[in-house]
Ligand binder design. Sequence first.
Ligand code: IMP
Ligand code: MG
Length: 181
Amino acid sequence: MSDKKPYAEDQLKILLTQEQIEEKIAELGKTISQDYAGKELILIGVLRGSAYFLVDLSRKMHIPFAIDFISISHYSEQADSAGVVRITKDLDLSVTGKHVLIVEDIVDTGLSLGYLLRNLKTRNPADLKICTLLNVEARRIVEVPVDYKGFDLPNIFVVGYGLDYNEKYRNLQFIAEFNRP
Ligand code: IMP
Ligand code: MG
């Protein structure tokens, strides 16, 4: 058998434990349930990073609501194409007249969310808000209104709990700073 470690543990520094994440999500679920009681709510998960958060958050909510997913391509790191975002998988449900809550794993530059907000507004929802597990104010390029957030992070790269490095590490139950090789 290979003695290679399953994860590059020496590259991972745990920032938020499973317990801390669970506790925060329970609080968010309670607050959101109170705020949206009696309203026609759709939670929209932005694939793929927010899938874990959306599922766990939804299980901590005690009001009826719908769930849908949207997928957007991330902008290139090249300056000349910064801000270029497009939808690669659209919603299946109509959001017109509905209270929409976008569920994100992390708001970083804000470029993806800025685009998504503009796009979804044209569909005339009753209301459009943002819930993100992680918020990195230090890397913001586009101002986006974050209505619900789990944790603020400094300018670092993180993986776990849905967040990836080259599509890996999403399944970690904790969130860790990752030193990119
Ligand atoms: P934006 O920069 O706010 O547009 O974020 C775009 C997307 O990049 C996020 O939704 C994440 O999927 C991904 N992302 C941003 N920062 C990180 C990070 O630190 N680790 C992993 N993925 C990230
Ligand atoms: Mg994302």
